[in-house]
Design a protein around this ligand. Sequence first.
Ligand SMILES: C[S@@+](CC[C@H](N)C(=O)[O-])C[C@H]1O[C@@H](n2cnc3c(N)ncnc32)[C@H](O)[C@@H]1O
Length: 447
Amino acid sequence: MLTEFELQANGSTPPHFHDWEHEIYVLDGAMEIVLPDEERTEPVGTGDVIFIPRGEPHGFVTGPQGGCRFLVVAPSERPPVRSVFLSDDPYEYTQLAEYAHARRNSAPARDEGEQAEAMRIHGIFTAYLQSKAVFTALELRVFDILETDTFTMAELARTLDCPLRPVRALLIALEGLKLVKRDGERFANTAAASRLLVSSSPVYMGGFAEHQNRHFTNFARLTEAVRTDVSITQRVLKEGYRDQGAAEGEGREGTRRLHEAVRVSARLQVDQLAAAIPLDGVARLLDLGCGSADYTVAIAQAHPDLKITGVDYPAVCEIAREHVEAHGVGHQVDIQPTNIFEDPLPACDAVLLSHILDGYGTGQVQKIIAKVYDRLPKGGKVIVHSHMPSLSTSVFPSVFGLILLANTEEGEVREVTDITAWMQDAGFEKVDTRAVSPLSGLLVATK
Ligand SMILES: C[S@@+](CC[C@H](N)C(=O)[O-])C[C@H]1O[C@@H](n2cnc3c(N)ncnc32)[C@H](O)[C@@H]1O
């Protein structure tokens, strides 16, 4: 039996299991599949196919950004009919861990719905402690040290040359965050920390942590920025990036540091984008504002017949070229220093704008779109990849606008509707959208 389901924004089914399997096909939108046994959720979006085995506890949850329509295949005869619900409460995807923990450990509250909401809000209020614990551990190289051996608290305190009490507090925090694990008296990195938080790992996330940690002092002035609309760092000015991505006084190191951070975020989106990007009939792609070239390289690798020109400011092109050369795709990818407002754009039959438009105000965005329109042949495509809240399942795209408020003079998070209107005003005819990763969506406009 094939049934169509629709979950609206902020919708959820209680987690449950039953004696039959499910095959699911997502028609449109995005949601998370909640797997209580594994204490994790799996984001899914348009076109995804999911198999849920019999007996596997599961639930479906949408976020504030939009709903999801999906088809479910289940046997029409279901003997013996047995469906077990694990909870009657709806809950939101941002609080799954706290929710599961609260259900396991607390006596039933009088109003569980309110209790769960209060827990969720408590989690929001104290989230900064989680970030700060990890930023400090990274600054002190705790994960690098724990990668060499297991340590007692006292041994780690001696190695760090720090007093015991703060090291104990830090280790307990990291244990609670499941980044270190304890065996008797001794501490070690968890598998996730070994892979993602040790500086020698190829997928080290420390660059992103360093960047977010720098935001901390800036965000002490967020209320003032909301009141005055004055950018705190002015990293991106109305007419372009200050000093090619560096904040005031940071020099070239600042450009490099910014791109190390962008690169970590790119790794969470790049494979999905390389797979989702519609490049049928495209021989030359222009990656406008290619940054560290992480997307450029991944797309080149996924499409070996494609030629790509990546353009960015000169100092950023140096970083992009290093990445292109390190991955041996120099025969496919050409990196050209270009100011996208002032210089002519290279020939192409599709343009990728990945995380470009958000940094600028409406007037500048419209200038970029008009310039891209003029450069494209009839039938050419512009492909916008960005943190569009309605096409994403994580909460980050919704809060990203605050980073833009702090760092840019006019930047804003853009929604599908904003970008579609600009594309139509510029003359593009057909506009399609789809979810790409938990952090991003894709909008494709055809001339
Ligand atoms: C947020 S980064 C995105 C980089 C990459 N496309 C990605 O998705 O990771 C924006 C990029 O656009 C570049 N950019 C912004 N304005 C530009 C301009 N006027 N000329 C050249 N590059 C520009 C910046 O230097 C930066 O590398």
